[in-house]
Design a protein around this ligand. Structure first.
Ligand code: CMP
Length: 157
C-alpha cells in the first residue's frame, strides 16, 4: 500500500484540533503506520521547506514550526497521497474548500494546521526525513477487509 507523510502542526496542537484531525483520517479508513510528537529542528525544516527559502514568509514559517512540538504521521492506503491532499484542502486556509480540514478550521496562509506530501516521490523523501525504519509499523488492521473491496486489496493500483 502507498504511504504518505503528514505533519499535524503547532497551531493544531495549540487549538486542540489533534483529535479532530486524527478522527477524520481514521473515519475515512486510512491506516496509521507511524506517529510521534517531536519538536522539529530548524535544520530539518530548512531542508523540508527548501523550495520556500527565498520567500518572505520563510523565517516566520521556521519559527512557527519550531515553536512547540508537531506530530509527524505516516498514513497508509490506496492512492493515499491524493486522498490526503484532497482531505486537507488547498494551502491557504481562507481559500480552502469547506469540508476539508483547512477549509473548516483555518483562515490563515501560514497557520494551516497540517502538512501533507504533495507527490509519491515527495512522500518517500519526507518519510525518510521524519522517521527511522524502526519507528514504522507493519500490522493488519482489524477492519481492513471492510475498508477496500477484494479487487482493490489485491490489485497493485
Ligand atoms: P505546507 O503545506 O506545510 O507547505 C509550505 C508551508 O508554508 C505552508 O503549508 C504554510 O504553512 C506556509 N505558507 C504557504 N504560503 C504562505 C504565505 N503566503 N504566507 C505565510 N506562510 C505560507
Amino acid at each position: 500500500m502507498e504511504r504518505t507523510l503528514v505533519i499535524i502542526k503547532p497551531d493544531a496542537i495549540n487549538r486542540c484540533l489533534v483529535g479532530e484531525i486524527l478522527r477524520r483520517f481514521e473515519k475515512k479508513g486510512l491506516k496509521i503506520a507511524a506517529m510521534k510528537m517531536v519538536t522539529l529542528q530548524p535544520y530539518v525544516l530548512k531542508e523540508h521547506y527548501a523550495e520556500h527559502k527565498d520567500k518572505v514568509f520563510f523565517k516566520g514559517l521556521i519559527n512557527y514550526m519550531t515553536s512547540i512540538p508537531s506530530i509527524p504521521i505516516i498514513l497508509e492506503g490506496k492512492d493515499i497521497v491524493n486522498v490526503v491532499r484532497t482531505m486537507i484542502g488547498s494551502t491557504q486556509g481562507r481559500e480552502a474548500e469547506p469540508g476539508t480540514i483547512r477549509g473548516d478550521y483555518s483562515v490563515s496562509n501560514q497557520n494551516n494546521l497540517v502538512h501533507a506530501a504533495e507527490s509519491k516521490e515527495k512522500a518517500e523523501e519526507e518519510i525518510k526525513r521524519f522517521f527511522k525504519e524502526d519507528e514504522i509499523y507493519t500490522y493488519q488492521k482489524m477492519n481492513f477487509d471492510w475498508i477496500y473491496s477484494k479487487d482493490e486489496k489485491y490489485l497493485k493500483k
